[in-house]
Design a protein around this ligand. Sequence first.
Ligand code: CTP
Length: 414
Amino acid sequence: MSRQLNIVVGVAGGIAAYKTIQVVRELVLGGHDVHVIATDSALKFVGAPTWEALSRNPLNTSIFDDVAAVRHVSMGQEADAIVIAPATANTIAKLAAGIADDLLGTTVLASRAPLVIAPAMHTEMWSHPATVANIATLRERGVIIVGPDSGRLTGDDIGPGRMSEPDAITAAIISAATAREHAEPAARDLAGQRILITAGGTREAIDPVRYVANHSSGKQGVAIALAALRRGADVTVIAANLDPGPAADLRAAEITTVPVTSAADLAREVDRLAPDASVVVMAAAVADFTPAAPAESKIKKGDDDGLDLHLVRTRDVLADLVAHPVSGRLVVGFAAETASSRDELVELARAKLARKPADLLVANRVGSGLGFGTDDNAAVLLSSTGELVAEVSGTKRDVADAILDQLAALRHGE
Ligand code: CTP
């Protein structure tokens, strides 16, 4: 066990609260500092003395307790991780909406620590479209969702909705809290760097209502932007149609963001902003082809039984950047490949590097659940000479830090 972690355990009103007792116990026995926040309805299931005795800290229930210490904000700020177990349908809905009408809500909003939730409810509530949408929102926001398991519920019913077992929840909390710690860079090693990052995927108009696009969510580009900011860089993002989660992350971090729609827009903004950048990271999935002549009004289907769309090549922004190198400016290219193996990926990446000799090429496999829209990624990093300099798999934040490690090394001439 490394250092003692500060863990906030939120307990919502569900019968599974009796299993959370074990989570608190395991964390305390593991040497961690545990602060329990119980909602009013949670206390109907397990009372205050149990939480206080096991956590060895006072129980927290109200925004109005210990006001002088601004507990409703400080608990969240000081936490290494927050876990909510059980997370009821109601609590999940409140989290998704950002409602802060109790101590648990204010603590979550005031915190940037990893949030782990262990849902517990009846199967019908778990599969209700409202809960499904709320869970998707939380997942999108990076919340770690443990379970629920399938099995016998409170009554005679059986199905998904049972809260996960305490050891699974405890393991998720420790890994979330320590992953964050490991990802925290030792130094602001990119201070003074002006990093321009393209993120997302372009949309090419067919007519005023339709477009050709790709599956890029923008998560990886935004993860690089956030990591670069943490490491002291001055960051600008050219954002092409980001998913709501990454877009919100950029806004929350107050990163300068230039929205674009099409490959041509993106090219224009890179032309405008790259001269001021010391690093350009081309993480966006830019369309290689665009409709030759987008219709000015909506295409009607009429009696046609088909539609031919003629596409023409777009300008390759990355190719142009590397064709006109600027002294002191580093350029990072990306390659998203449907390779069937890691070796094939490396081979395809080398071929791309030969065509577009970036200072660093990040290649990942895409297709069938890989790469696009997911929270995890696996990538190989190649130097301008095609040498495999790093191989990383983990969260998109891990991949972002691996890319920035290489950039920092190039910058500092290591
Ligand atoms: N890119 C770009 N401008 C384009 C297309 C792509 O700047 N019009 C950049 C992307 O941002 C990414 C890299 O080029 O950094 C990805 O190239 P990609 O389109 O995957 O590969 P290509 O070199 O076009 O090769 P292929 O289509 O054969 O995979």
